[in-house]
Design a protein around this ligand. Structure first.
Ligand SMILES: [Zn+2]
Length: 276
C-alpha cells in the first residue's frame, strides 16, 4: 500500500489528519508531479469552475480501472423550481453514483443548469479556453459518511457533481419534460409538480466513461470547497428552443435569467485527472 508514503508527501509539508482515502482524492501538482496535500479550508485554493487544459492530461489508469457507476431510479413525478437564479429539479428517489474518483456512495439530490444570455457564453468550466452555451450540474452528496446534505456541504469529500457543458443542436429528450413545463415556473420562486415519471438517467445519454475530475467548490455562495467534480468530455446537447425556454425564466426583479454562471478560477496547485 502507498498510504504511508502519501501521508509524508504532502505538498505543503502539513501532517494530515484526513484518511488515506481522502488523501488520495486531494491530488495536486508539484513540479509537474501529482502529489497529495492536506485539504485547507480557506476559500481561494480549491475554487470552481476552472479551465480544463485537456491537451496536457494523460489517462489516469486508476480511473480507467475503476469505472464510474450510475444507479439512477425513475422519479414517480417531476418537481420543477425557479429559485430566481436557475431552474432546479429536486430528486426524491434513491439515485446514486459510485466508482471513478469516488470512494463512497453519493446520492443525487438535484440537478440544475447555468446558461448565457447568448450562445457564445454560459458554461462554467471551459475546455482549452473554449466557452460553451451552458452547463448542466447533477449534484450528489456522500450518504456513506454523512447524515445530511447540510453536513456533507462542509466536508472535503461531501459532494460530487457530474457536469457537462451545453451545446446547441438537436432537441434533448431528457430535458423535454422539464422544458415542456417551464411555462409553469416562469416567476421567481415558483414551483410545480408534474404527474409524470421522469428518468434522470436520460440526462446522461452520452459516453460517461470519458471525463475529467478534480477537487473543487460549489460555484454559488457559500462556494464550499466540498466538491469532487466530474466533468464529462461529451457535451450535453439541447435545442435552441430548449435554450430559449431556459431564458424565459424570470429572476426576482422580473428580468430574464441568463448569464448565471461563475467565471473560471485559478487551478493553482490542483491536478485534473482524465479517465481516458
Ligand atoms: Zn451549478
Amino acid at each position: 500500500m502507498r498510504s504511508f508514503q502519501f501521508q509524508r508527501r504532502t505538498f505543503d509539508g502539513l501532517i494530515c489528519s484526513v484518511s488515506r482515502l481522502q488523501h488520495q482524492k486531494l491530488v495536486t501538482l508539484n513540479k509537474g508531479i501529482c502529489v497529495t496535500r492536506c485539504h485547507s479550508n480557506h476559500v481561494g485554493s480549491y475554487q470552481s469552475p476552472v479551465d480544463i487544459a485537456s491537451k496536457s492530461l494523460s489517462c489516469d489508469t486508476d480511473l480507467k480501472n475503476y469505472p464510474l457507476q450510475i444507479s439512477y431510479q425513475v422519479e414517480k413525478e417531476l418537481d420543477i423550481e425557479n429559485n430566481g437564479y436557475t431552474v432546479v429539479v429536486p430528486i426524491k428517489q434513491n439515485s446514486f453514483i459510485t466508482g471513478g474518483p469516488l470512494q463512497d456512495r453519493y446520492r443525487l439530490i438535484q440537478f440544475h443548469l447555468h446558461w448565457g444570455c447568448s450562445n457564445d457564453r454560459g458554461s462554467e468550466h471551459t475546455v482549452d479556453g473554449q466557452v460553451y452555451a451552458g452547463e448542466i450540474h447533477l449534484v450528489h452528496w456522500n450518504t456513506d459518511k454523512y447524515g445530511s446534505f447540510q453536513e456533507a456541504l462542509t466536508q472535503p469529500d461531501g459532494l460530487a457533481v457530474l457536469g457537462a457543458v451545453v451545446k446547441i443542436g438537436r432537441e434533448n429528450p431528457g430535458m423535454k419534460l422539464v422544458v415542456d413545463n417551464m411555462d409553469k415556473v416562469v416567476t421567481s420562486g415558483s414551483r410545480c409538480t408534474v404527474p409524470s415519471q421522469f428518468d434522470p438517467q436520460t440526462l446522461l445519454s452520452y459516453d460517461i466513461s470519458k471525463y475529467w475530475t478534480y477537487p473543487g467548490s460549489l460555484t454559488t455562495p457559500e462556494y464550499n470547497e466540498s466538491v469532487t467534480w466530474i466533468v464529462f468530455c461529451e457535451p450535453f446537447v439541447i435545442s435552441q428552443n430548449q435554450m430559449d425556454a431556459l431564458r424565459s425564466l424570470r429572476n426576482p426583479e422580473g428580468k430574464c435569467i441568463c448569464d448565471n454562471f461563475r467565471d473560471v478560477k485559478p487551478l493553482s496547485q490542483r491536478c485534473i485527472r482524465a479517465s481516458f
